[in-house]
Ligand binder design. Sequence first.
Ligand SMILES: NC(=O)c1ccc[n+]([C@@H]2O[C@H](COP(=O)([O-])OP(=O)(O)OC[C@H]3O[C@@H](n4cnc5c(N)ncnc54)[C@H](O)[C@@H]3O)[C@@H](O)[C@H]2O)c1
Ligand SMILES: [Zn+2]
Length: 378
Amino acid sequence: MSIRDVLVTGGAGYIGSHLVDSLVSRGYQVTVLDNLEPQVHRSGTWPSYANPKAQYVRGDVRDRAVFEPLVLASQAVVHFGAAVSVGQSMYQVDRYVDVNTRGTALLLDILVNTKHKVEKVLVASSIGVYGEGAYTCRTHGPVAPTIRGEQQLAARDWEQRCPSCGEHVQSIPTPEDKALYRDNIYSMTKYHQEEMVLLIGKTYGIPAVAPRFFNVYGPRQSLSNPYAGVAAIWLSRLLNGKQPVVFEDGGQLRDFVSIHDVVDCLVLMLEKPGADYLPVNVGSGQTVTILEIAQLLARLLGSAIEPQVTQTGRKFDIRHNTADITCARQTLGFEPKVTLEQGFTELIEWARNSPDGAVDFFDKALDELKQKGLLVQN
Ligand SMILES: NC(=O)c1ccc[n+]([C@@H]2O[C@H](COP(=O)([O-])OP(=O)(O)OC[C@H]3O[C@@H](n4cnc5c(N)ncnc54)[C@H](O)[C@@H]3O)[C@@H](O)[C@H]2O)c1
Ligand SMILES: [Zn+2]
């Protein structure tokens, strides 16, 4: 058997829709299951970019009556439908666990209790499962510090410290086998999703892969969703003539990976067995500070607006996390191609012509964080 029919949950969203395009162009029959979550799809209709060669079913991943027949008609399931925001998950706990964890549990329940033909499952995991990235201490070698305390943030002592000796430690790229811990509800659900899918996959011999996305950026990223990725939030601020807000000192290291490289990696996961039953980092392998990203966006936009560096921390934020992509390289032959300059130029081009426009709801989201006491005062 080979894969012909692919079900993509969340396929109207940002990453899913790009994957749908790529799969359609490669000759797959693609069906999308998406509930058009209002926070993501403000119009309440299928987005204008929805590929006309795919089939679209409006429904919820928690609804067995809709989900089961679609799974039964597919040889591969890409499970991306999810509630997607770290900050919001800290006060919409029930919704996040229900959509993400229970939605995945339902998929697995279907796979275990029906005569299906599914040969591959991909489940979207996240950098969030690591909590902090990997570090080395001059004295103790590789260490895995957990979240910084409120006191440390209030003292503006931004860099992580060694759990053994308390000295400042150096950030290094995070490999998949770094000790995991979660410091927010969204990341807990992502962790449960990947653990559950990989466990059921191994137990029942259904090849499964959990891509751990780092900071994915590119066209179709929601610019008006204040809970979306930082690059989109800042771009939306700049387009509205406002300063991008950069927490701490802006020195946080991240890995920004173009959506096109992400899609290439996902296709490799679907078509090749190399990464079966593994969680796999999906990043660019390049390291950049978030302040550099805010400045790059302003430069490419030709905007004179400087980022506002707050010198304040948020309770659930990590300091550094960058991707070690050796596993994707070795198991799949994955090689990222898009440079930051190319990728952000494309993002900006798209944002300028975005039919959705970039309505800036960031101040409202920031207010919500303040009200819930999630900003550290100093
Ligand atoms: N964008 C990133 O940088 C990033 C990083 C790590 C992980 N991820 C994961 O990748 C996946 C896709 O993320 P994205 O950035 O494309 O987000 P997105 O919000 O653009 O897409 C998610 C899609 O899922 C749909 N959806 C939400 N709840 C649903 C439900 N109950 N039933 C059916 N569909 C539902 C939404 O309508 C939306 O179209 C998610 O699982 C997310 O957790 C993304
Ligand atoms: Zn030490």
